[in-house]
Ligand binder design. Structure first.
Ligand SMILES: [Zn+2]
Ligand SMILES: [Zn+2]
Ligand SMILES: [Zn+2]
Length: 142
C-alpha cells in the first residue's frame, strides 16, 4: 500500500447545466445552490485534509512526487514543507497539498495556508473528520 499523502484536487465543471465538483480521490457531487462553488470545492479539500492526519515526518513534497509538473521551469525541491492551496484552470481546479518552499515559490496561483486547528501533533485517537466550528473558521480563511 502506498504511503498516505496529503494531496487532493477538485475540479469544477458543469454537468447538465449545474455546477459539479469532481474530486480526485472520492466522488463528484452537485454544488449546492446559494454557496459559491469554489468555496464548496475548498471545503471538500479541507474535509480530506482533516480526515487524513499524517505525522510531519511522513509528509513529502507532493509537487516532487508528481514530477514537479505543477510548475515550470523545474526548480530545486528544497526547504520546509508547508500546506499549499493551488488554484489553476482559471479557478476551475483547486488543489491542496504539501509542498516544499522551493516548489511553492514556483507554482503559479498558490498560497501557503495554515495547518488546521489541532491537526498536529497527532493524539492517540485520531480526530473525527467532521468540520467543527474552529475548522469552519479555518476553512473560511482559505
Ligand atoms: Zn473527495
Ligand atoms: Zn516541484
Ligand atoms: Zn518540492
Amino acid at each position: 500500500m502506498a504511503l498516505p499523502a496529503r494531496a487532493w484536487s477538485v475540479t469544477i465543471s458543469a454537468h447538465d447545466g449545474r455546477p459539479t465538483v469532481t474530486c480526485s480521490v472520492c466522488h463528484s457531487f452537485a454544488a449546492r445552490p446559494g454557496i459559491p462553488v469554489p468555496r464548496q470545492a475548498r471545503h471538500h479539500l479541507a474535509g480530506h485534509l482533516l480526515g487524513t492526519p499524517l505525522p510531519a515526518h511522513l509528509r513529502t513534497c507532493q509537487c516532487r512526487e508528481h514530477g514537479c509538473v505543477w510548475h515550470r521551469p523545474p526548480t530545486a525541491c528544497s526547504g520546509p514543507l508547508a500546506l499549499l492551496l493551488i488554484c489553476s484552470d482559471n479557478g476551475r481546479t483547486w488543489r491542496l497539498a504539501d509542498a516544499c518552499r522551493g516548489c511553492s515559490r514556483s507554482i503559479p496561483h498558490a498560497a501557503t495556508v495554515p495547518e488546521p486547528p489541532r491537526a498536529a501533533p497527532l493524539t492517540s485517537s485520531p480526530p473525527p473528520a467532521e468540520l467543527t466550528a474552529d475548522h469552519g473558521e479555518w476553512v473560511e480563511a482559505l
